[in-house]
Design a protein. Structure first.
Length: 251
């Protein structure tokens, strides 16, 4: 008897085929929908295709309302290398978004406003299994400059925020979350992961990954608890919503 999991089906977007010859070969050899053994295999293949072709590509989850019968799309993800802007100060200067700016956008979306930010507030409601009445009174307050976490060796983690959930402004803490936020395929560094696991022994630590592809209309965030037995293997680009519903918040 076979207990094999269902294949992870990825549809190749025209943007990926147009920009990357290795992707075009994949489509010719396989089809426009490629079946992988797992999401991790799909992300691994995307990295290989990025190295083989002229333009990087990535695996991107479909929007919740997408009717297509696939698990993800393979899309072009061109690197931004332009340092000198187009235009002039009077006509307007157009810059490429730097990696640090991209990361700051994801952090700003998760950490604003300072009271009841949407992603963490919804997470707290689901995590604490709040009733409808409790959800109305739930208050999530952010500390955007928590103390760094340092463990033996060179493992150091500077959390992006600490969130405290209460059932009212004058009530005791219901839950506390220490959070690391990444935008797009930003990686969680090895030293970060070690310090996050150490902190997880005494508090709830969350990894949050934000997809900004649909800005300015919407964004999607995936949240995962850090467990003590998390493997050291990097999870770059992999959807990390292991236990909760998908959060899709319109602006």
């Amino acid at each position: 008897m076979s207990f094999d999991a269902d294949p992870f089906r990825v549809a190749v977007k025209d943007s990926a085929s147009d920009a990357n010859e290795a992707v075009r070969r994949l489509v010719r050899e396989e089809s426009e929908v490629v079946a992988f053994d797992s999401a991790a295999d799909a992300h691994r293949r995307a990295r290989e295709l990025s190295e083989a072709g002229e333009t990087p590509v990535k695996v991107q989850r479909p929007a919740p309302q997408d009717p297509a019968d696939v698990d993800a799309y393979l899309v072009a993800w061109p690197e931004r290398r332009r340092r000198t802007p187009d235009g002039t100060p009077t006509e307007g200067l157009t810059f490429d978004t730097a990696a640090a700016q991209y990361g700051a956008l994801g952090e700003a979306l998760v950490c604003s406003p300072a009271v009841n930010p949407p992603v963490l507030t919804h997470f707290a409601r689901v995590d604490a299994d709040c009733s409808a009445r409790e959800a109305e009174n739930l208050r999530v307050e952010l500390d955007d400059d928590p103390e760094p976490v340092v463990v033996a060796g060179d493992a150091r983690w500077e959390p992006d925020c600490r969130a405290v959930a209460r059932l009212g402004s004058d009530r005791p803490a219901l839950a506390e979350y220490w959070c690391e936020i990444k935008a797009g395929d930003g990686s969680f560094e090895r030293s970060q992961r070690a310090a996050m696991r150490a902190k997880a022994r005494e508090a709830t630590v969350l990894k949050i990954r934000v997809d900004l592809d649909e800005l300015p209309d919407s964004y999607t965030a995936w949240v995962r608890r850090v467990e003590l037995d998390d493997a050291d293997a990097p999870d770059d680009g992999v959807r990390v919503d292991a236990t909760l519903d998908e959060f899709h918040t319109g602006r």
